[in-house]
Design a protein around this ligand. Structure first.
Ligand code: S3P
Length: 438
């Protein structure tokens, strides 16, 4: 498939089943590999990113298999990965690469990691620095980017580390390494990032505590060398994938859709809060505890939106949602200001630049600055081609924009959507989107 064309659509309607959460799927595989015993995973996201992590774990000697719709992982413990004889190829996945680097620290092995063109441009220094403090030896000829060779130490040192960036990937990499440390690992970040690693570690039996400090920063402490017990893990549906469907319904006239079992963790629901502030009719109901994570049903319907200033404190809870929020902002009355978003420049693509340039091509006025993006809502003209730049969220966002553009929008290299949301195209067609493949 070379491209997808998206055309004006009305009345998106129906109940859609969003796939499993990507963050939790990576963690479910990695952490159950580090348990003793056999774990059972329900609802795992079966996408390219998650399969990249799964294949890396298999290369490290972990037996993982699918039986009757469930995934089973035979854990090897915190210190039990085998030295790989081939590259660990993490494809497009920053989460996979960063978490795996931390996970192998206890196993005293040498491993070579690589990724695709997009992942090889992304900064790894942010985790290599703390992992070196914990005893890792690192070789990278690409300026602290993949490909990287890591030699895990004989003994992992616990560290007390303050990160300047609020990042669940940095936090998780350090905590996974901290599992093998001889003592207590302490991690601080300016604002709390998604807490799935902490929650899952706690449920598997680790001694882990976290709290928000008086100055608003967040601290987590983990004791090394716990016994992690295998368990049954339920993966709820991904709010970051749901985000595309919700925005599609909110901007397409006469639409109303329902999504079920969507995770509503407070570290992930920033987009829904922001859309509501913009005037979107989004009803979140039927809240339940689903194996440690809260889930809910969501009904979203067509709404008149107004632009707002998005509080920068909210960035960690909607870090992946700025591309699709930008699409909603393009349809809103007035301007939307998104500040404090410099991290978007080092995601699967430079999302500030790619979104801004794409919107300008589609006839929307934007102002791009180093750390912010302002979007002036207007009638969207469209009639342009947008390259995905190997960024799934860019591809899906511009396909949603095409639904309300005067002229169609063509998205090039859309197969990157397979990294996170393999049935996106099918679900959108079923809801009534006017998409065609070529
Ligand atoms: C993720 C954390 C986020 C997010 C990414 C998934 C995770 O990255 O952008 O898509 O699963 O930990 P940062 O925590 O580095 O911002």
């Amino acid at each position: 498939m070379k491209h997808i064309i998206s055309k004006k659509s009305f009345r998106l309607a129906g109940i859609a089943k969003v796939p499993g959460d990507k963050s939790i799927s990576h963690r479910a595989l990695i952490l159950s590999s580090m348990c003793i015993g056999r774990s059972k995973i329900k609802g795992l996201l079966e996408s390219e990113d998650v399969f990249a992590t799964m294949n890396a774990l298999k290369t490290l000697g972990v037996k993982i298999e699918k039986l009757n719709g469930y995934w089973f992982v035979n854990g090897v413990g915190i210190f039990g990965f085998k030295e790989p004889t081939e590259y660990l190829d993490l494809g497009n996945s920053g989460t996979g690469a960063r978490l795996m680097l931390g996970a192998i620290m206890g196993s005293s092995i040498l491993a070579n990691l690589k990724g695709d063109k997009s992942l090889s441009k992304r900064p790894m220094g942010r985790i290599l620095t703390p992992l070196k403090m914990m005893g890792a030896k690192i070789i990278s000829s690409n300026n602290e980017k993949l490909p990287i060779t890591i030699k895990a130490p004989k003994e992992v040192f616990p560290i007390n580390y303050s990160s300047k960036i609020s990042s669940a990937q940095i936090k998780s990499s350090i905590l996974l390494s901290g599992l093998a440390a001889s003592g207590r690992t302490i991690f601080k970040e300016p604002n709390e990032s998604r807490n799935h690693t902490e929650k899952m570690l706690s449920s598997l039996g680790a001694n882990i505590q976290s709290k928000t400090l008086e100055d608003g920063s967040y601290k987590v402490e983990l004791d090394g060398n716990p016994v992690l017990r295998s368990s049954n893990i339920n993966v709820p549906c991904d709010p970051s994938s749901a985000a595309f469907l919700v925005v599609a319904a909110v901007i397409c006239p006469e639409s109303k859709i329902e999504l079920k079992n969507i995770m509503i963790n407070k570290g992930r629901n920033g987009l829904f809060e922001t859309l509501k502030e913009m005037g979107a009719k989004i009803n979140i109901f039927n809240k339940k505890n689903n194996g440690g994570e809260e889930t809910a049903s969501i009904i979203a319907e067509y709404s008149q939106l107004k632009g707002i200033a998005v509080p920068s404190k909210r960035v960690p809870s909607m870090i992946d949602e700025y591309p699709i929020l930008s699409i909603a902002a393009s349809c809103a009355e007035g301007k939307t200001v998104m500040d404090g978003i410099s991290e978007l420049r080092v995601k699967e693509s430079d999302r500030i630049k790619i979104v801004s340039n794409g919107l300008i091509k589609a006839g929307v006025k934007t102002i791009e600055k180093a750390e912010s993006l302002t979007i002036y809502g207007s009638k969207v003209v469209g009639g342009c081609s947008i390259d995905s730049e190997l960024d799934h969220r860019i591809a899906m966002s511009f396909l949603i924009l095409g639904l309300i553009s005067k002229e169609p929008i063509k998205v090039l290299r859309p197969s990157t959507i397979e990294t996170s949301f393999p049935n996106f195209y099918k679900i959108m067609i079923e809801l009534g989107a006017n998409f065609t493949k070529a």
